[in-house]
Design a protein around this ligand. Sequence first.
Ligand code: ADP
Length: 633
Amino acid sequence: MKCDPNLYRAASPSLAVKPRLVRHLFLPPLIIAMMIGLGCIGFWISEHYGIRSLSENGQRQLELHARAVESEISKYTYLPSLLELETSVSQLLADPTPEHRQTVNDYLEGLNRRSRSRAIYVMDTTGRVMATSNWRDVDSYLGEDLSFRAYFQNAVRGQPGRFYGIGSTNGEPGYYLAHGLEEHGKIIGVAVVKVRLEAMEERWQRARLEAFVSDENGIIILSSDPARRLKSVVPLSEETKEKLARSLQYYWFPLNELQPLARETLSEGVEKLTFPANSELVSDDENISYLAQTRPLSDTPWNFTLLTPLQDLRREAINQGILVAVAFALLAFLLIAWNERRKVIATRLAAREALQEANNQLERRITERTTDLRASNERLKGQIRERRLAEETLRRAQDELVQAGKLAAIGQMSTSIAHELNQPLAALRTLSGNTVRFLERGQLDVASTNLKTINELIDRMGRITASLRSFARRGDDKGQACLGKAVDAALQLLGGRVENIHLQLHRDFTDVQVQIDQTRLEQILVNLIGNALDAMQAQPQPELWLEGEAFDGKYRLRVRDNGHGIDAEARKHLFEPFFTTKPGEQGLGLGLTLSASLAAATGGHLGVEHPASGGTAFVLSLPLVSLTSAEPI
Ligand code: ADP
């Protein structure tokens, strides 16, 4: 069965190939672009929330450490005002004798030791140091004029002097707290405490905290990282630089700006600072970012800044971004795989359905075809029955024809038979009359000879009638015949005619057994030899050749004469029933038709040849029974 091509027809190339090509061309770059995009978004969100969380945490840290700084500074706030209560100080300021100075020096030295400050000293209203805790030191402040110091100028005006500066004597940084000493509502001098705040820096370093304190000028005065110290967190104009240099607040140290690569304000007091990789502040090769949170310190014009490195956060955000990208890639891969699998299943289902459909169609067609075959089988059976019936009818008709042919032949032969029988009858009449006379005369030997002759004549007449009887008898398809006997019988039947024309007979065949009824073979031979005799009637030297040969399981007997032959027109109709060229009652036109049909009925054949030498040759082929018993005749 042919399957319906429509069922398996693939989609047209324009529909099937293009989308796949487009998919293969654009899907990978699209997935990569989406991976990068989602990775960036993941990175950004992670960084954003990380910064927020860091900022919240940093706020607490900022508060904690700023408070620590405030308490460290405020610890000394009361100290200069204490000196107001000390009478030796007011005596010195009122009467600066060496004794009074020494007394105050000793007192200040002891106080300084107990309070663990760096130095405590007292100035008069002109700014000259009258007494100091470090009077023993070589670089003692004693007698120095520090009126240019801002803390002095504030304190002498009755304002609290808070000042971070680098000492002009020994270049040592310190926090100066100044207080105007009052007596009877009038300022008589200024008491100053110098405190070192480096301990805080050490504490920050130990705690691995990155922080700094910037003063009112924006200059970093305390920093966990020494490299940041004395850097400005605000832009410095040349004018400001000069002013600060003149004030000697920072001694002679050059003031540079702390230059971040990028500065991003996230909220009030919260910034994101990025320092370049080659910065002296950064030891690593890559840029480093910090979350800078700033808060003012109470009681001072200073700010405390806490720096939280964003490296880890950044690394984590990158990891999160990569994770998101990988997760997306995985998801995309799973989706593609799922889609491909879905398509494969869909294709399989479609193929299965198509197969099922084809199968159904096949079954339908088989059923149809089976019905057709059954019908045609029934038709064939009917035809076979009809053919058998027709064959039976034909056979019967053939038998009838054979019989009719025989009878016709007998009719044809009746003249010669009558002639055949009349001759011996006439001879018998004469001989019997003679014999009676010879007996009356007593010539017994002559009478005996006549009687013998009469006997022979009666035998001959008996043979003639016997062969006529056997010829007229019905035969059948089966049976065996002896070729030699059949030829003899045929010649016997045609004896009178053979003798009349003085036929020269050539017998060149073997006495074989052939598969045909003896009578039928005789009938065929009577027909063939009879026709030959008819054709040779005008021939002065008639000759008949009976030539046989075995060939391919059959025996071929050629009956050839040297008669007038058959013309071209007659050759076409030879084997047609009732075709005859013989005049009047002589021919029926059934001889050859019957002979051919009798030969064919036993599996043999009757054909005709027209020899170039003239005459006609009929070739009779019959199946052999066996050749072994064959003897040449
Ligand atoms: P019939 O002998 O009654 O005419 P046949 O069927 O035997 O019918 O022969 C048909 C015709 O074939 C004859 O009339 C004759 O013309 C031709 N025919 C048959 N045998 C020979 C032969 N040996 N030589 C010439 N013509 C022949």
